[in-house]
Ligand binder design. Structure first.
Ligand code: IFM
Length: 475
């Protein structure tokens, strides 16, 4: 019998949405190195900022760290078999910088590169395309000690690291993306202190964001210049809708500024080769400048072959302070709860699938000519496992079905979206939230490290095969 939670996934509306997707649509699952690999002291790996941050009292809610995580480093071939069992065509993973280049500079650590070399071979042998992310937040600690991302030199070190990886994997990896979610690194890591390295300075945060983009551009230029076969180069951004809390002019201004600080501050330099003027003006109020030099913007706007988009939820903004007073002397943008009482995931994030369609259409309109792949979408849910480790995660199935339908709708309306990757393959280390939120399609028992595909994994496999086989049009 159909439960409320699965009603949409089993509805004619969802089938109709799937029927609009081409059989060659790309389907994948995603992970990142620090969240799953463990083996932090193995085979010459150096320390990263996350190893350090996790040891800071109170930094991680459950006091955990990525020392063991899912132990993927030692279980990689079996994990590739799990991925193959999902029927996906793509696996998106990240390279641990301190595993490949322990101090962030100098020659490669052969054992570190060797791990990713074997991973790529295992994937290809299983008929799965490797999708490489070069940087998913694990900066070598030695580079942080030299200034981290606020220091310009880190961008050049990143480009060197990218070349070490590309030199080894570029003959077999069809897609290489540079950064995952630079906003999170710059904002949560250097302004809010909620992520590694735990710094809290606006100028550092803005400098970090610029140098992340510069590193991206330098890396793409360098890799593209030596590529001997077609490789798609891109970058992944986390994106959210910024909706005014009301029709009031002050709320409209607030939402526009939030959008500037969250989305346009990355997309404009990447696609238009310039920073948004309203963002520059806003930062100037705090005496903060974006440290643009020479031909930085030309480097940053090096053409992209694709844009990775990570979507989890939309946001609402008010230009009124907590007392309801409209800001007058300087702009305020305060995030407020959505007006409707929306269902939320275990992270407390409101479930807003329509926001994904809005974003995809907005990218098509404001940044045309850029193919998009949803490189992450998913939900953290309580996920109680039965005695066999099986999880009936109908809430995740519903979440994914609604987002896939929203994506298909945007595609029908002109968005150039080419693929959808679920976050995440496995339950894993959810950064400052530790191991409590579970995002995996595959359950991990953290005592035994046993993997058991959840209901959502089986459903995802069936959904992919329905699209591949073609769904008959409704009579
Ligand atoms: O787990 C993270 C991932 O590392 C980056 N994007 C968001 C996910 C869920 O918070």
């Amino acid at each position: 019998m159909e439960s409320d939670a699965t009603a949409f996934a089993e509805s004619p509306a969802f089938t109709a949405a799937l029927a609009t997707l081409p059989s060659a649509f790309r389907w994948g699952v995603a992970t990142s190195a620090y969240q799953i690999e463990g083996a932090v002291d193995s085979d010459g790996r150096g320390q990263s900022v996350w190893d350090t941050f996790c040891r800071k009292p109170g930094a991680i809610v459950d006091g955990s760290n990525g020392d063991i995580a899912c132990d993927h480093y030692h279980r990689m071939p079996a994990d590739v078999r799990v991925i193959a069992g999902l029927g996906v065509d793509t696996y998106r993973f990240s390279i641990s910088w301190p595993r490949v280049q322990p101090s962030g500079r100098g020659p490669a650590n052969p054992a570190g590169l060797g791990f990713y070399d074997r991973l790529v071979d295992e994937l290809l042998a299983a008929g799965i395309d490797p999708w490489v992310t070069l940087y998913h937040w694990d900066l070598p600690q030695e580079l942080e000690d030299l200034g981290g991302w606020p220091a310009r030199d880190t961008a050049y070190r990143f480009a060197d690291f990218a070349m070490l990886v590309f030199d080894r994997l570029g003959d077999r990896a069809p897609t290489v993306t540079t950064l995952n979610e630079p906003w999170v690194v710059a904002r949560l890591g250097y302004r809010e202190g909620r992520h590694a390295p735990g710094r809290k300075d606006l100028q550092d945060s803005i400098s970090a964001g610029h140098h992340l983009l510069l590193g991206h551009g330098l890396a793409v230029r360098a890799m593209r210049s030596v590529a001997r076969r077609p490789v798609d180069f891109g970058v992944t951004l986390n994106m959210s809708t910024s909706t005014p809390a009301s029709a009031a002019e002050v709320d409209q201004v607030a939402a526009r500024l939030a959008d500037g600080m969250g989305l346009r501050i990355y997309m404009d330099p990447l696609h238009h080769g310039s920073y948004p003027q309203d963002v520059i003006d806003l930062l100037a109020l705090d005496g903060v400048e974006i440290p643009v030099r020479d031909d930085d913007l030309a480097v940053i706007s090096t053409p992209l072959d694709l844009l990775g988009l990570n979507y989890y939820f939309g946001q609402y903004f008010s230009g009124h302070d907590e007392n309801g007073t409209a800001a007058t002397d300087r702009p305020v943008f305060r995030q407020v709860p959505p007006p409707d009482d929306l269902a939320r995931t275990a992270m407390g994030w409101p479930i807003m699938p329509d926001g994904l369609a809005t974003l995809l259409l907005r990218i098509a309109r404001d940044y045309p000519g850029l193919p998009v792949v949803i490189t992450e979408n998913g939900g953290g849910f309580p996920d109680p496992a039965d005695a066999n480790g099986f999880v009936e995660d109908h809430d995740r199935v519903d979440f994914m079905a609604r987002h896939i339908a929203a994506m298909a709708d945007a595609r029908q309306r002109g968005a150039d979206v080419r693929g959808y990757f679920a976050w995440s393959l496995l339950d894993n280390f959810e950064w400052a939230a530790g191991y409590r939120p579970r995002f995996g399609l595959v359950h991990v028992d953290y005592e035994t490290l046993e993997r058991v595909p959840k209901r959502s994994a089986l459903w995802f496999r069936d959904t992919i095969s329905r699209v591949r086989e073609g769904i008959p049009a409704a009579p």
